[in-house]
Design a protein around this ligand. Sequence first.
Ligand SMILES: Cc1ncc(COP(=O)(O)O)c(C=O)c1O
Length: 379
Amino acid sequence: MTRNMTPFNKPSLVGDEIANMRDAIVRGQLSGDGHYTKVCNAIIAQMTGSRAALLTNSCTAALEMAAILCDLHPGDEVIMPSFTFVSTANAVVLRGAIPVFVDIDPRTLNIDPEKTAAAVTQRTRAIIAVHYAGFPADMDALSQIANDHGLVLIEDAAQAFGSTYKGRPAGSLGDMAAFSFHETKNILSGEGGVLTLMRPDLLERAEVIREKGTNRSQFSRGQVDKYTWVDIGSSFLPGELVASFLYGQLQQADKILARRLSFFDQYNDAFADLAGSGRVTRPVVPSDTTGNGHMYYLMLRNRADRDAFITHMQKEGVNTPFHYVPLHSAPAGLKYARFEGKSLPVTDDVSARLVRLPMFFELGEDISKVITSARSYLC
Ligand SMILES: Cc1ncc(COP(=O)(O)O)c(C=O)c1O
């Protein structure tokens, strides 16, 4: 990266992260489930309107826990978009089950409820809705499908911390949700994530799965007199250094949200005329939702136009990456998954045309450079 390059993302300290890490060391517990993990779990449950929250090492880990909680068996199917990160699908494949990819809505880029309903079979056990760019999927329609067929509804809310749907926060919209605190996300701890639950009946097993398949959490609370191996599981919990850093970020969640939303609005205003003339497509904020300023993307005319834009921006000193490569046509997708219908045309089209603009807490005045550089290509 050249010295004056504007990165796509940059992690920032926003509050008491370092002081908290020191305090965690002084407190004398660096393994998981100490003071900072507990305060993070409590504040996240409150912020997401969920019944319980369990910090994990990543959103990937939270999705793997969710897949175990679904009790998937080989041959079971889980419906999800192909326009997502590999972890959504891997969590299912690791249980021997089959991801069934369906197309996305061309306006919201979220899973299409009609296509979801059409993909339900006797083997379907769950739906995973990804809230792309932080904008919640059409959860009422998906809940209806899940209820009609007795399916578990999981939110892959990796990007959606702080977003709402019909006044309800992401994390309270399905049976369980997985969030990411990876350094590219709004609230970050380097690597990190959380599983939130709306069903209290899942909590006891979730705690066991997260603690290597043992009832150690119950033991710590004095509910059993020794802890032992009771179920499958893995080491899904982070240590206290990560949790203490995360707590510093969570305390500043409102400030981070406001700053990112202001960048989103600045971008949106700057490209309004080009959207009006049809030169680009801007993000569509689905009705009844509020976003969290996680991402700002543009869609260009076609793949060649998008790739030329990325090259131009690189020359201008701005990093503007593309996003998901569709999973249904990826090597592992062909091997482990199937998709609904003959093709997923919206997914292929969006993946070829979408480009993301820099978005991070300290973007500041660099946003003018990004906008000027982008307009010099687009106008
Ligand atoms: C939709 C989605 N799900 C899951 C993940 C995985 O998150 P993590 O890196 O915290 O495991 C990502 C990562 O960006 C994502 O975009």
